[in-house]
Design a protein around this ligand. Structure first.
Ligand code: PMP
Length: 369
């Protein structure tokens, strides 16, 4: 029963799927945890030192809402090679902050927002909160974008497409050809395109590609949470057409105010780091899990740190329930999708955990339910 003060819009967020999983997980002792959506390493020492230095130097107050000038300039430099004259950047409170501001800035009530199923959970909930209507495009079984399906879903109400490559929860990197077609389709129909590039660093089998290459008006949301293991430090950024960025910045002034100032100084250090070792390590983890699972159908998984695996028996929910009984924590596919046929693995863990998890899953596949 809801409290009488609660507004209707809050009920548009249905967190029951994930809550059920975490309720079950709360009873587990030392679980083999394959559910974690962040890197397993701590924030790099150099970043922590820069953060402490900023705090000690008293850089703890509000910053300008668009971000401290050195960071904005540094990010502007980063996007300069795109060669888009009208592209502007600002610093946000995490990628989630950027996403929320973008949706509130772009969506009118009743506008349709195209997302790819399976999706990152926030897309659905934040679109609903902004008064939009989610239009899911099915990407099973290979999780690649079928642009013809997108074109067929476009109506006079379509306002926005959200694309996420590499993707959560499938780990899929969209092919260059599909991204190009999608970017051009959005441009042709004058539909806004948001590209969530938070897993940009984690591409194992091909180079990262952004739809900005083919569509100057793409709104990119990005951040350091996953690349630098800074999820609690809340550092995101967003770049796109200056007119959109200005309205988003105005809204930030009256909502998040700014990203934490010490974190912004630490980000200057983070952006200078070479993270190729991290990518190699996660690629090896991906290979280990994918090569050692037997009796499972796996597609995608060429990026991020997730595998979205088809259950060998039962629904996603049934399979996850059985896994939790065996002390393995995974997430059922219906948390991210209209269908309940898969489960999500995060392999952002140490080697021992990966070995234990793979063993449990292989036993489960063999047992046949
Ligand atoms: N986008 C995707 C696809 C994600 O997986 C996440 C984090 N799970 C975010 C955005 C939000 O990240 P943050 O707000 O920490 O930058």
């Amino acid at each position: 029963m809801s409290h009488p003060w609660i507004a209707d819009r809050i009920h548009l967020i249905d967190a029951s799927g994930i809550r059920k999983v975490f309720d079950l997980a709360a009873k587990m002792k030392d679980p083999v945890n394959f559910s974690i959506g962040q890197p397993h390493f701590d924030t790099p020492v150099l970043v922590k030192e820069a953060l402490k230095k900023a705090i000690d130097e008293g850089k703890n107050a509000y910053s300008q809402t668009q971000g401290i000038r050195p960071l904005v300039e540094r990010l502007q430099q980063e996007i300069a090679p795109l060669g888009h004259e009208n592209r502007q950047v600002f610093v946000t409170s995490g990628t989630s902050g950027a996403l929320n501001l973008a949706l509130l800035t772009l969506i009118n009530p009743g506008d349709e927002v195209i997302v790819f199923d399976p999706w990152f959970v926030m897309y659905k909930h934040l679109t609903n909160l902004a008064g939009g209507i989610v239009v899911p495009i099915n990407t099973y079984p290979d999780f690649q974008i079928d642009v013809n399906q997108v074109e067929a879903a476009i109506t006079s109400k379509t306002k926005l497409i959200i694309v996420n490559s590499p993707a959560n929860p499938t780990g899929t990197v969209a092919s260059e050809a599909n991204l190009k077609d999608l970017a051009e389709l959005a441009r042709k129909h004058r539909i806004a395109l948001i590209s969530d590039e938070i897993y940009r660093l984690y591409c194992y089998d091909s180079e990262f590609t952004s739809p900005t290459r083919w569509n100057e008006d793409t709104i990119v949301i990005d951040g350091l949470s996953k690349s630098h293991s800074m999820t609690g430090l809340r550092l995101g950024f967003c770049h796109g057409p200056a007119e959109v960025i200005e309205q988003m910045t105005k809204l930030q002034q009256f909502t998040y105010v700014c990203a934490p100032q010490p974190t912004q100084w630490a980000a200057l250090t983070a952006l200078e780091m070479d993270l190729s070792d991290v990518v190699d390590e996660y690629k090896a983890k991906r290979n280990f899990v994918r090569d050692n699972l037997s009796g499972f159908e796996i597609q995608g998984g060429d990026g991020a740190f997730y595998l979205f695996v088809k259950t060998p028996w039962g629904t996603g929910t049934e399979f996850v329930k059985a896994a939790i009984e065996k002390n393995l924590l995974i997430i059922p596919g219906n948390v991210f999708s209209r269908q309940d046929t898969h489960f999500r693995i995060s392999y952002a863990s140490d080697q021992r955990t990966l070995e234990r998890g793979v063993e449990i899953l292989n036993e489960m596949a063999k047992s046949g339910g």
